[in-house]
Design a protein around this ligand. Structure first.
Ligand code: ACO
Length: 372
């Protein structure tokens, strides 16, 4: 076993009907649907209905699911406690949302699943409002999830273009093969622990900057770069210092991440009326081009392209999400995939338990070392 294998690169650890990540072609298929089509036309509820098919008894259609999810948002909201704002506003938002999710009861049924899919949208908005010193807003059960998430955050009805952009985002990230957080969720589900435990494993894995924690730092980098003219020098210096450029590279994609294109398209459609700042996009495009050129020069052995996180940062910023909340919004989309994968794993009924290769000292060597 070599160091690359420590990251399980190339290892097939599950068979799934949920999604296919074709790294060579730069293509993502979710249960037979191409992401390019889903990202433009689907609402998040449609994607959840697709992911959940066959994993629950008496699953409602997408319209019924919308109603059930709205009810589940209200239930998640009602679980907030009077002191939560004071305690949780001190934590990074992803940790606050994780703490609130940890209170949800475990189970393997549809009600548990819907509560878990509804809760991150409600808790992200609540936590971000608490940080501003204002009260959390109760969900509006007449709205679809993306519209309600924006309303709960900003306390006003969002424009249709903004809702469409958030739906594009949530659908784009809803599932992605055996990524680190989904794998973590499947491992926990395989022990029979329940869906809430699996989702907590997922959100904990998502938090790291090598996975779902990258988009906030993408904006930090753009702020530090400041102008397109400064992009090359700044990024070169970062790579020379051994830093990774956030929003670039992927374990599976060896060509451009198709999700980056889906989100870039959403930004274009959202436009200036939707809050997109043209100067920001110009800077981002200059930084993207400089980063790609530098990565080609400095890492000629790897194909490092723009990943989903780069345009996530720009889209969520335009929708008015604070950068500290980006990973929470990611969780609000990916949770549909975590739950579906957890159910798929439970249905297989097989504990995930790989082996390790011991490379430590033999007992006699360890004993000898202690004696000295
Ligand atoms: N910037 C600079 N160098 C990089 C980058 C990057 N973004 N990505 C990979 N490399 C370098 C590594 O330092 C390493 O170089 P070395 O061999 O000289 O040590 C080499 O390329 C490894 O490349 P890979 O094997 O392709 O990378 P790996 O599969 O280990 O990592 C990862 C993938 C974690 C996404 C990586 O590209 C990275 O850290 N990117 C930045 C963080 C990021 O954008 N994360 C979000 C990913 S998308 C998602 O999870 C939703």
């Amino acid at each position: 076993m070599n160091d690359d294998e420590d990251g399980l690169e190339g290892v097939v650890a599950a068979r799934t009907v949920l999604s296919e990540v074709d790294g060579a072609a730069g293509r993502l298929v979710i249960r037979g649907h191409s992401l390019d089509d889903m990202a433009r036309h689907w609402r998040y509820e449609d994607a959840v209905a697709l992911l959940f098919q066959g994993f629950f008894d008496s699953l409602p259609d997408a319209a019924g699911l919308r109603v059930a999810l709205a009810r589940a948002r209200r239930e998640a909201f009602e679980r907030l406690q009077p002191n939560d704002d004071a305690v949780l506003r001190m934590l990074p938002p992803i940790e606050a949302v994780r703490a609130l999710l940890a209170r949800l009861p475990d189970g393997d049924d549809l009600a548990t699943a819907l509560r878990l899919v509804a809760a991150p949208a409600v808790y992200t908005a609540a936590v971000m409002r608490w940080r501003l010193g204002v009260q959390a807003l109760a969900p509006d059960e007449t709205l679809p999830q993306a519209a309600d998430m924006l309303r709960m955050l900003h306390s006003r009805a969002p424009a249709e273009a903004q809702v469409a952009a958030l739906d594009t985002y949530l659908v784009t990230v809803c599932d992605h093969g055996l990524n680190a957080s989904t794998f973590a969720a499947r491992v926990v589900a395989s022990t029979g622990a329940g869906l809430a435990s699996a989702v907590l494993a997922g959100i904990s894995a998502l938090k790291g900057p090598l996975h779902g924690g990258a988009p906030g730092p993408v904006l930090d980098a753009l702020d530090a770069i400041g102008t397109g003219a400064n992009a090359r020098a700044w990024l070169e210096n970062a790579v020379a210092n051994g830093e990774r450029l956030m929003g670039f590279g992927h374990r599976i994609y060896r060509v451009r991440d198709p999700r980056a294109d889906a989100l870039k398209g959403a930004l274009r459609r959202l436009g200036a009326e939707g809050g997109v700042n043209a100067a920001r996009i110009e800077l981002a495009e200059a930084a993207e081009q400089a980063a790609l050129a530098i990565l080609r020069e400095k890492k000629p052995g790897r194909a490092l392209e723009t990943n989903v996180e780069f345009y996530t940062a720009l889209l969520l910023e335009a929708l008015g999400f604070g950068r500290e909340s980006f990973t929470c919004v990611f969780a609000a989309g990916r949770v549909g995939g975590w739950v579906a994968h957890a159910r798929e794993q439970v249905k297989k009924g097989r504990l995930i338990r790989p082996q390790s290769v011991y490379v430590g000292p033999a007992p006699e060597e360890a004993g000898a070392a202690l004696a000295h």
